[in-house]
Each structure stands twice: as C-alpha cells, then as structure tokens.
Design a protein around this ligand. Sequence first.
Ligand code: 9MR
Length: 459
Amino acid sequence: MDHVPHRGTPRFRSRARLLGPAGAAIAVAVATLAAATTANAGTTLGSAAAEKGRYFGAAVPAFKLSDSQFTGILDREFNAITPENEMKWDATEPSQNQFRYTSGDQIVSHAQAHGMKVRGHTLLWHAQQPAWVQNLSGSTLRSAMMNHVTQVATHYKGQIYAWDVVNEAFADGGSGARRDSNLQRTGNDWIEAAFRTARAADPAAKLCYNDYNTDGINAKSTGVYNMVRDFKTRGVPIDCVGFQSHLGTTLPSDYQTNLQRFADLGVDVQITELDITQGSNQANMYAAVTKACLAVTRCTGITTWGVRDNDSWRSGDNPLLFDSNGNKKPAYTAVLNALNTGGTTTPPPSTTPPPTTTPPPSGSGCTANLTVQSWPGGFVTNVHVTAGSTAVNGWTVRITLPAGTVITGTWSAQPSGTNGTVDFRNVDYNGQIGAGGSTDFGFQGTGVGPSGTPSCTAG
Ligand code: 9MR
C-alpha cells in the first residue's frame, strides 16, 4: 500500500495542485483505482481480515463507548466486539431471576450500528458469579445454571455470532482434567447440558468452549480436545473452540498445529482474547498468531482483549496493538501486513497425524488401537475401537499399563481399575457399533502411557 498516494499525503497534494481541479478529479480516480487494484489489501484490521473471510475484534467495556478516542479506533479498525464484562453472570443476573441487560445491550447496539459481529462472553464461568450463585449447590445450582443460560441466550437470540457457552472449565497443570468448581460439582455433564440448553435458546449462534493455557499442545488443551471429540461423537452441539491466547514472550511452537487439530474435529476455532507482552518479540508474535489463524481454514477470526495498552486488564505489559495515546504500534503493522500478505485461506497439510484407520477385521469382533500423548510424568491416551464385519453390541478393551502407571481419569468408557491390566467397558451410548464402524474413548494418568495394540472383545 505504500505506493498508493493517500488524499492527505504531500505526494497527492502536489500532484493535484499541478493538474488543477479537473486533473485533481482524475488524480482521485487514479488513486482510487490504484487502491482497488492493490486488491485485497485492507487498510484496517477489520477490512484486511474480511478480505481473508475472517473478523478482527476487540473486547470492549460498555463504559468506554463514551470515550471518543476509543470508539474512533474501534469503529475504524474492528468488525467484531466481545463485551469485556457485561454479559457475565454477575452482570446479567445480579439477583436470582432478575435480569439486567442494560450494558450488554449497549454494546450490542453499538456493534449493530457499525456492522460488527458480537461474541457473547460468557454464559457459565466459575468466576464473576453473583453471591447468590456462590451460595447454591447440587440440583438447585444446576437448575439456576440452566435457567441462566436459557434466559440470557434467549434475550440475545439472533444477535450473537458466537457464544462462549462455557469458559475456563479445565484445570491448569498436567492433569488434563476438569477444574474443580461449584459448577463442576453439579455433575460432570454440566458442560454438555449447558451446550444443549444454549442451542435450544438460540439455534443460530455458534456455541463455543473458551479457555486459556490451551494455546499449544499440552495436557490442558488435550483435555479440552478430548471433550470436544467426545461431544462431536455423541452429537452434543458444539461449534467452536476459543483459544484465549494471553501470551508472554514466546509462542508455543505448535500453536498452529494445535488450532488445526481442533479444526480437524469439525469445529471452528477462534483466537478470543489475544494479548502479548510487549518486548522485542511482540510484533513477531502477533504476526505469527495472525498467520497461524490464516493458515487454518476453520479459524474464523481474532479478537484482542482490549484496544489500547491502557485498556488492558494487564496494562503493565503493554500487550495490545495501540499505545495508550491511541497510536498504532509496530505490532499493529505486523498484524496488518500478516493479514494482507501472510497466509492463505487454504490450510497447509496438517502436521497432525491423521487418525489411525485400522482396517476392520475380516471376521466379527472388534479391534482397538492407541494414540498416546506423553509428557514427563503423565500422558493422555485415546483408544479407537473398530467393529469387524458384523455390528458389535458391547465391547471391552484390555490394556496393560506399565508398572507404576496410574489412571486418573477416563471418558467414554468404564475402567475396571486404575493400574495393572485394566478392562475398559463401553458405556451406555457407545456400546453399539455398526459393521466396520468405530468409536473412541480415552483416559489419562500419571507415569508412563501404555503402548502396543490392546485386545478388544465384542459382546
Ligand atoms: O478483562 C476482564 C477484567 O476486566 C475483569 O475484571 C476480569 C474478571 O471478570 O475478567 C477479565 O477478562 C477475563 C475474561 O473474561 C476471561 N479470560 C481471562 C480474561 C482476563 O482476566
């Protein structure tokens, strides 16, 4: 775009002066044509992203909509908004069954007036709960949760591009397990119940799971991955996964590979809360994140968690694209250039190994094979169970674990124990597999993961 004279540039002004009014009109036409023919080079984050079929958003608190510098940048550069706090439970239902939508509505109106998408954030989260919720438990809490999802999603029905239905439900560290919370203690099925309830309330909104520290391939992101895969297998309505991407000074080397492995499950992926510590690497990291999204076909957009550095929840890190005076930073230019030149809309070949497709056995019965992801001290195992030439009604997979290994969690199967030789029996919904069909279950544990080919018994 450097070579295109802009109306205000000296080059444009001097040429217009030489040519007189008619010449100026021609110069405008030439400049416009030049702009058009540098096709597909957007001059703002939003337009450049749109050229690539994506959105570029920012988190916005309602009270900043009266700050003209803030809205000047927002309306010029961004084409999506996430309410920073206004749709959280404490904001929308401060007392039980008394809903307050004023600030959330303000943000939605602003977005609509400027043709921006809205990412709804968030229906259920262990944090930012009103006091009355913190005092509930068990089935009373579960009903209050589902009522909250229904009411809020219904209020905003048709106006939300994507909802973060559930936020941050997985634990940090190596367990890959759910985080303990009052929500989790209502039963492990709370997440799928929330997604089904949200779908019923607003069938047009994309329904996302959103989390942090899931930006590379690690135990936590693999825990989420396994949940999403399980949901897709069982028809639980989930459409997208949000990767918050609150980043420090290095980007996980498998950032793109991680996005791609989720996309390969059949969900959209979105970068939902991007901010990166300012330092020598900030602009490069912003460019790399942008390119990664462009390289993953199902990465539908990027949101930065704020606009200017002083708007950030971590303002000490100066982690955003505009400085506190509203000026574009080098990171801004890096993102814009990456959007305009970097990446394509077609994905490179995935570096994720394709799911193992063991040919069905020629006879009846079933087979099983393992995919193991390990790190020092722990592992996650996925088991692919395939029926033979006749349908299977019930199955058991036998796996012998190395000495010292202990299973800490299993999904989509019932284990007979936690160490030694363990029989994994199907659960209600995945016992029946059609001829040649397959299903998956998984488990995680401490120690060394299993290897080899397990046995599978039908019936
Ligand atoms: O930026 C948000 C800040 O203003 C709030 O005080 C805080 C607690 O509600 O939440 C911040 O946003 C968080 C987001 O909702 C979820 N992921 C982490 C974000 C940063 O803490």
